[in-house]
Design a protein around this ligand. Sequence first.
Ligand code: 3HC
Ligand code: NAI
Length: 703
Amino acid sequence: MKDFNDVVTLEIEEGIAVVTLNSPPVNALSHAVRTGLRDAFAAANADDTAEAIVLICAGRTFIAGADISEFGSDAPKDTGASIFSVLDDSPKPVIAAIHGTALGGGLEVALSAHYRVATTSAKVGLPEVHLGLLPGGGGTQRLPRLTGAATALDLITSGRHVPAAEALALGIVDEVVSDDDLRGSAVHFARQIADKGGPLTRVRDLDEKVAADRDNPELFDQFVESHPKLFRGFIAPTEIVECIRAAVTLPFDEGMAEEQARFQTLLNSSESAAQRYYFFAERAARKIADVPADTPRIPVNTVGIIGAGTMGGGIAMNFVNAGIPVTIVEQKQEALDRGLATIRKNYERTASKGRITTAQVEERMGLITGSVSMDDLATVDMVIEAVFERMDVKKDVFTQLDRICKPGAILATNTSALNVDEIASATSRPEYVVGTHFFSPANVMKLLENVRGEKTSKEVIATVMALSRTIGKIAVLVGVCPGFVGNRILFARSRASEQLVMEGAMPWDVDRALTNFGLPMGTYQMSDLAGLDIGWVKGEPTAYPIKDALCELDRRGQKTGAGFYDYDESRKATPSPITAQIVEDERAKAGVTPREISEEEILERALLPMINEGFKILQEGMAERASDIDVVYVNGYGWPVYRGGPMFYAEQLGAEAVLEKLRGYQERLGEDFAPAALLEAVVAKGQSISTLTKADAASLTAD
Ligand code: 3HC
Ligand code: NAI
C-alpha cells in the first residue's frame, strides 16, 4: 500500500487501483488532499497492473467539498493540473464510489470521474450557493451535460442534497449499490468496465442534453422570473444562472473559464464572506467553553409538555417528529382537546401538501398522550413547561414538578422573559432546571435559545444542546437576562424606532429602511404580526404611546385587521392615515416639530443600538461568543445571512466607525446610544469583533 501526504492511499485489488482518501472529519479538498490525490492518480496510471481506478473515501462521507476554511486564507495555491482534470484526463477509467454526502467540490470530483457508483443512503449536491458561491470545479458545466439545464438550475440554485435514487433517475450517478460493501461493489463495477475495455465516458464531452436546451434559450429568463425570492439580496444565484447558460451556449473550455471568473468574483464578495463566516458560526454555537464535548449526557427518551397552547403544541411536534414520545398536560380536558386538535390539523395540512403520508399523521399522533394530571409526568426524562407567562403560575408548576418528577429529570421552562433562576428556586434541584426558549411557530422556527441558569449543571446543558440538534433546531446557549439575546436586542431596536417616529419618520419609513437592508420585516410590520397588545393593559400607559393609542382603538395588529397599517382581506398592508394622525398628535403633545430623516440615518439609528446591545450582552457573559449572537439573529429574526449577523456587520462597518457614530448619536440623542464598554475596549485594543468570545470580553473589560 502506498501513502500520499498521509491522507491518500493506493492499493491494487484484482487489477483495479483503489485510491482511498482519509481526511477526517469530512474529507474536504484541502491542499494536502488535492496534492495527495494528484500523486496517487499519477501512480495508479503509471502502474501497469491496474486497469481502472476506484476513488473511495474512508470515514463518514465521500468528499464534502472544498475546504471552506482555506477560502480567503493564505493556504498554498495549487500548481499543475486541477484535481478535476486529473480525473477527467486519466487514460484509465475512473469510478467514484460515493457514500455519505458528495457535496460541492466533492460532487465535482465525482463528476470528473468517468463513472459514479453510490450507496443507497448517499446524497449528492452542489450547495455552494449557501456559501454565497457557485460550484467552481466545473459543476456548472458538467452537471447540465448530464441532467439538462432545467434540473441543473434547480439543483445548483437550491443547493439541495439529492438522495441516491433520485440522482440515479436524473443521470447523475450510474449505479446505486447496497450500503454494506461499497468498495466491493465499486471494484466489481470497475472490473466490468475494464473487461469491456471502456468506454471512457467524459462528462465534458456529452452534448445531447445541452443541445436540446439550446433550442429553448428562454428557459433561463423564465427560471429567474418564476423564482423572485431566490434572487432577492443574494448575488450568487444570478451568477449560477449565467454559468449554466454558458454551459449550454459555449464550448466546455470557454464555459469553464466563465465559471472560474464568476467564482472568483463571488469569492471576493462581502456576501460570500458573510455566508462562509455564518457556516462556521452555526457549528461553533454547539461548543460551550466550560462544557467539554465528552460531558456525560442524560438519556432523554420521553418528554412531558405542560400547556397545549400556542407554544406547547408546536414544541411537542418537534419531539414527535424525531420519534420521541410526548405526554402533554393541560389544566382542563377542553383545552387539551383543543391543543391536540390543532396538532392534528397541522399534521394533516402537511400531509395534504404531500410532505408526509396519512399513515405518518397517525403514527405521530400515536406518540402523543394527553393528560389533565401532572402526576402523569412522574416517569418522563424531561419536562418542558409552556404555561402562561406569570411568575406565580410558573413557580407553582415547578413546585409540583419537583414533587412529582423522578430524580434526574430535566425541568425546562419556555419562558420568554421571566427569570429562570427564580423559577428554579421553586425546586429543590435547580441544577436540573434550564430554559428552552422556542420561537413561534415552534414547530417551524429553527432557533432555540437554551438558557443557562446560575445553577444549571453541565450535564443538563450538554444534554439540552445535543437534544436540540436531535429535534432539528439550531441552538444557542444564553444567560439569564431580560429578553435573553434575541428579544433583548430587539427591544433596543424598538426604542430606537420609537424615537425615530417621534422625531419625524413614519412607521412605514422605518420599516422600508429595514426591509431595503434585507430584513423580511421592519419594526412595525413585526409588531402588527405579533400583536400590539403584548404587555398592554387597557388604561395603563407603556413607554410606547403610539402603540397604546392604537390598542385603545382596538387596532391590535393583523389579528384585528388593523394596527400600524391597514390590512385588506388578503392581509396586504397599507400605511394608515389613522396611525399617521396619532403619530402627529403624539409629536404635538411632546412639542416636537418633525423633521425629514434620511433612510441612511434611519438605518443607522435602528441598527447601531442593536449592535451596541450585542456588545453589552457579550460583556455581561450572556452569550458564549459574538458569532452566537449572529446565529440568533439569522435564524430567529430574519437577519439576511449575506450580511452575516449584527456582529459580523459591525465588523464590516469597522469597530471604530461604529463607536464614532454611536458617540455622535449619544451627544445628540442621549444615553440610549452610550457605547458599550466592550466596544470601547475592542477599538482601543484593535480586536476583531466576530471572533470575540465571552472570555475575551471579560479580559478586555477587566481593566
Ligand atoms: N470545509 C471545511 N470544514 C468543513 C467542511 C468543509 N467543506 N464541511 C464540514 N466541515 C467541518 C465542520 O466545520 C465541522 O467542524 P467542527 O467539528 O470543527 O465544528 C466538521 O467538519 C463536521 O461538520 P458538521 O458538524 O457539519 O457535520 P455533519 O455530519 O452535521 O454534516 C456535512 C456534514 C453535510 C458534510 C456538512 O458539514 C456540510 O454541509 N458541509 C459543507 C458542504 C459544502 O458546503 N460543500 C461545498 C463547499 S464549497 C466548494 O466545494 C467549492 C467548490 O465548488 C470549488
Ligand atoms: P398560551 O396561552 O397559548 O398557552 C398556555 C397554555 O397553558 C394554555 O392552554 C393554558 O390552559 C395552559 N396552562 C396554564 N396553566 C397551566 C397549568 N398549571 N397546567 C397545565 N396547563 C396550564 O401561551 P403560549 O403563547 O403558548 O405561551 C406559553 C409560554 O411560552 C409562555 O411562557 C410564553 O411567554 C412563552 N413563549 C411564547 C411565545 C409566543 O410567541 N407565543 C414565544 C416564546 C415563548
